[in-house]
Design a binder for this molecule. Sequence first.
Ligand code: ZN
Length: 391
Amino acid sequence: MERFKTTHQHGSTALLSNVRICVICVIMACSATCGISQDSKNLAKGSNPSPEEMQRFSSVPNFEWKEDKNGIKKGYFTNLNPRTKHIKRAAWWEVARFYLFKPKNAKPKSPLPFINTNLKTLHTQNPAFVWFGHSSFMLEMQGFKILVDPVFSNYASPYPWINRAFASHIHWGKENFDSIDVLVITHDHYDHLDYPTIIALKDKVKHFVVPLGVGSHLRFWGVDSQKITELQWWQSLKLTPSITITSTPSQHSSGRTIEWDRTLWSSYVLEMAGIKIFLSGDGGYYTHFKEIGEKFGGIDVAILENGQYNEAWRFSHSFTNEVLQAAIDLKAKMIIPIHYGRFVSGSHAWNEPLKNLIALCDGANIPISVPMLGEVYDFTTPPKREVWWDF
Ligand SMILES: [Zn+2]
C-alpha cells in the first residue's frame, strides 16, 4: 500500500526462579480446571520473533544480544536509562502483597457512566477522542478512524480469573465498527494487545502500526503481513496526506510469557491536521519526554498513562506527580489521562490517580480533559470537566 511507506524522520527482585516455577504450576493447575481451552490460551500468548527474524533488529540502537546459560544468543530490546535497561521485575512478596491487600475501592462500587456513541456514523471536522476504558481509545477525524490498544475482552490476561475488568453496562466490539483505518499497538502486554479483540477486528482493519517485533504476534494470529508496519523509535509513517504517526521512546518492558523484552515498546506522536497528539503507551518517567517535547516543538494534546503505579514497579509506570512532570517536559497544552477505569494493576483506589492529577494540573495551570466512557471529545473544544468519577 503506497501511502504506508516508512520514512526515518529524526535520525535515529527478578521473581526467584523457584517461586516463578510455583506460580506457573499454580497457573497451569488452575487453568486446567477453569474451562478455557489449552489451544486458545496458547494462541493468546502469541509468538515472539524467531532468532532469524531478530537479525533484522541488530542495527537498532536499543537492541542487544545476550547469551543465555546454554550459550544461545538471544535478542532483547532495552530502555534508554542505563540503570534500567531491563526493568527489574517486582519481588514475589511485593506481587503477593499487591494481590492480597488491594484497597477496598480498587474497583468502583458501581459501573462507570458512559455515552453510547454511534461509532459507525461518527464524523467530526477536527481530530476527536473516544475512550473505551484503561488504555483503549479511538482517534477520529472526518471519518478516518485510528483505534489504539483496543482491549474489548473482560480480562487482560490469558486467564479469566486474572485481571478481570470492572463491571460495565456497556461493551464495545466488532459490531461497533464497519471499518478501522489504522489499529495502533503500543506494546504487547495483555492490557494493550488482546488476542480475542484482534481476532474479532482483524478483517475490518485496513492497516496495523506496531512496535518492532509485535508484528510477529499478529502474523501468528492470521493478520496478513502486508497490512502490518513495524516501527522503531523515531521512525514515521504517513497515514494520509494530513496524518503522520511517529514512534517515540517509552520506558517499559514487553512480554506475554516468562520471556521478556523480545519485542519493542513505544509511545507515539500523531500529527493530525496540524494538531500534535502524544500517545504515551505505558511507561515510567525519564528524560525521553523532554526529548520528544523538544523534537516536536511541544505537544497539543498529551494522552498520558496515569494509574496502576506501585513503588515496586516505579520504573515501568509513572506516579501522578511524574505524569504532570512528563506533560511539562513534553510542553503539552492539554492532558487526557488514561490507564485507569477498567483493570486493576496498582495498589490504589480506582479514581485516586485521576483526582490527584486534576488537583496537580489545576495547580500548575495545565488544562486536563476527562471525557467519560464513549463520549466524543473534539480537541479544539474546551476540556471536559463534568465530574463523573466521584464514587
Ligand atoms: Zn505494559
